[in-house]
Design a protein around this ligand. Structure first.
Ligand code: DX5
Ligand code: ZN
Length: 214
């Protein structure tokens, strides 16, 4: 079963509670945290995640696009995140391992995220402890970009690694997901689809979520 994770990056921040309620038929709520250093954009931080937690029971899938994420894992966990994704490119391997240790201690689910340049094999040192791997299908930083078809191969490779070493691990894709690209990523092995503009740009949001599910 494919899970849909609407990204509130495309929501109206003045009406965030309304826009979160509009995606209540989804499985996860995807929250993009950007620090202006790991990516050239700044978005949502800890107090906003706390406020979001108070207005929804949806599973909070928090995508940390920040340098040295281990520094903030505990704070985001306390703010109410259910799962945290840390980018493998954001720190040295020992500090990424430390971020997972903190997640374990805090009781949040653990995910790694891969920029398009990063090879699928990069997840191997962590695969056994992961709840999810996130393959970016655009350069992280902004919503509304075009899907990178070249990432289909990375999705296939990550799927093969998951099937071999940790079949319970989810495979999420993020960037340029639409009713047109969703079947391609699902065929390649993804089972959690993030969508910002394809959900919030639609006139009928529940229908858009259903269309992405396929
Ligand atoms: C981009 C973010 C995405 C973004 C996706 O760096 O990680 O979650 O919101 O937006 P769309 O679906 O519009 O490409
Ligand atoms: Zn994201």
């Amino acid at each position: 079963m494919v899970k849909i994770a609407p990204s509130i990056l495309s929501a109206d921040f003045v009406n965030l509670e309304r826009d979160i309620k509009r995606v209540s038929s989804a499985d996860y709520l995807h929250v993009d945290v950007m620090d202006g250093a790991f990516v050239p954009n700044i978005t949502i931080g800890i107090p906003v995640v706390e406020s979001i937690r108070r207005c929804t029971n949806l599973f909070l899938d928090v995508h940390l696009m920040i340098d040295k994420p281990a520094r903030y894992v505990e704070a985001f966990a306390r703010a109410g995140a259910d799962m945290l994704s840390v980018h493998l490119e954001a720190d040295h391997p020992t500090r990424i391992a430390q971020a997972f240790k903190i997640m374990e201690d805090c009781g949040v689910k653990k995910a790694v995220a891969l920029r398009p340049i990063t090879k699928a094999e990069a997840i191997l040192p962590y695969i056994q402890q992961l709840d999810m791997a996130l393959v970016m299908t655009v350069e992280p930083g902004f919503g509304g970009q075009s899907f990178m078809e070249s990432q289909l191969e990375t999705i296939r490779q990550v799927r093969a690694i998951i099937d071999q070493y940790n079949p319970a691990c989810d495979l999420e894709v993020d960037g340029g997901i639409s009713p047109k690209t969703a079947p391609l990523v699902v065929e390649a092995g993804a089972n959690v689809l993030v969508a910002g503009s394809a959900v919030y740009g639609a006139d009928d949001i529940p229908a858009a979520i259903a269309a992405l599910r396929g």
